[in-house]
Design a binder for this molecule. Structure first.
Ligand code: ATP
Length: 288
C-alpha cells in the first residue's frame, strides 16, 4: 500500500492553519512514528488520512488513486484508533467488538473478534463490561477494534496516553510485531514510545514537517549539540545551554541540555533520540 500526500494543507473555519503544504509518501510495510508538540497538527493529519476531514488544499492518493474516489475501499483496509475514542460503557468487550465489526461490514465476525481479543491480550476480560476496565485495558479495546478485519493500514493517535510504563512496553512490542506486514502510523509526543520500534520518523511542528527519516539520522543531526554540566549548590549559572533535564548527584545538579554551540563549561555527550528531537524543536522555535 502506498499513500501519497501532495501539497496537503488544512485551514479550519476559525482561520487556524493546522497543516501547511505537506508532501509525504508512506509505504508498507513500515512503522512510522509521527511526533510533534501539542497542537503541531498530528491529529489533523490523521483525520485527513482517514477521510474524516477534507483538506482545504492539495490532495491524498492511495495506491495512485485520489482518496476522494476510493474512500470506501480505504475504509475497508483501515484500522483507526482516534485520540478521543468513546467506548460504550454498558457493553461487554465482546459486545462492543461485535458492534464495531458490524459497522465495518464484517460478515462471520466471531473468528475476527476472537483474533483481535487474542492479539490484545483481552481473553480473560472479554465478558467484562467496559465500565469496569482500567485505562490500559480500555486502550487495548480501542486497539482491538482497530485490528478487526486484518486492516492493511493502521493509524493509532496517541495510543499510549495514560498508560503505565509496563503497558507502554507491551504496546511497543505489539506495534512492532503488527507492522511487519502492514503500514502502521503511530502518533505520539512520547519519544520513548517510538525510539526502538519505528523505522521512520516524521517530526511536525506548527503544521510543517521538520524532519523525515530514520531515528538514527535525527540523532546524527544533534551530535555536538548536546552537553552536560554540573550546577553546584545554589549556583545557577546563566548558560547558553537549553536545559532539558536535571539530575541530583553527590557533586551537585547535573544538567543536560542542547545548544547550537555548547558553552565551554559543558561536556559534549552522545544524543539520545529525545535530545535530538528537542534540539530540532528548539531550532525551529528560533525561526518562528
Ligand atoms: N476543529 C478545529 N477547529 C479549529 N482549530 C482546530 C480544530 N482542531 C484542531 N485545531 C487547531 O489546529 C492545530 C493542530 O491541532 P491538532 O489537534 O492537529 O494537533 P496535535 O498535534 O494532534 O496536538 P495534540 O498532541 O495536542 O493532540 C492546533 O492549533 C489546534 O488548536
Amino acid at each position: 500500500m502506498k499513500i501519497h500526500l501532495n501539497h496537503l494543507s488544512m485551514t479550519y473555519p476559525t482561520g487556524k492553519q493546522a497543516l501547511k503544504d505537506i508532501n509525504l509518501t508512506l509505504e508498507s510495510p513500515s512503522l512510522i512514528g509521527l511526533v510533534g508538540p501539542n497542537g503541531a497538527g498530528k491529529s489533523t493529519l490523521m483525520k485527513l488520512l482517514v477521510a474524516g476531514l477534507l483538506p482545504t488544499g492539495g490532495d491524498i492518493a492511495i495506491d495512485d488513486k485520489p482518496l476522494t474516489k476510493c474512500e470506501k475501499e480505504l475504509k475497508k483496509k483501515l484500522g483507526y484508533l482516534p485520540q478521543d475514542f468513546g467506548l460504550y460503557d454498558e457493553l461487554t468487550i465482546w459486545e462492543f467488538l461485535d458492534y464495531m465489526a458490524a459497522l465495518k461490514g464484517i460478515r462471520n465476525s466471531r473468528p475476527v473478534i476472537e483474533e483481535a481479543i487474542l492479539a490484545t491480550g483481552l481473553e480473560e476480560k472479554k465478558k467484562a463490561r467496559i465500565k469496569t476496565l482500567s485505562g490500559g485495558q480500555r486502550q487495548r479495546v480501542g486497539i482491538a477494534q482497530a485490528l478487526l478485519g486484518e486492516p492493511e493500514f493502521l493509524i493509532f493517535d496517541e495510543p499510549t496516553v495514560g498508560l503505565d510504563p509496563e503497558e507502554r512496553i507491551r504496546f511497543r512490542n505489539f506495534f512492532s510485531q503488527t507492522a511487519q506486514d502492514k503500514l502502521v502510523l503511530l502518533s505520539t509526543h512520547i519519544i520513548e514510545d517510538i525510539q526502538s520500534v519505528c523505522d521512520r520518523l516524521i517530526v511536525i511542528d506548527h503544521g510543517e514537517i521538520l524532519f523525515i527519516g530514520k531515528p538514527e539520522e535525527l540523532i546524527l543531526q544533534a551530535r555536538g549539540h548536546v552537553g552536560v554540566l554540573l550546577e553546584h549548590n545554589g549556583d545557577k549559572k546563566e548558560s547558553d545551554l537549553r536545559i532539558i533535564s536535571r539530575v541530583n548527584t553527590a557533586e551537585g545538579v547535573l544538567c543536560r541540555g542542547v545548544a547550537d554551540e555548547l558553552p565551554k563549561e559543558a561536556r559534549s555527550v552522545e544524543p539520545t533520540l529525545e535530545d535530538a528531537y528537542l534540539y530540532l524543536i528548539t531550532q525551529e522555535g528560533k525561526t518562528q
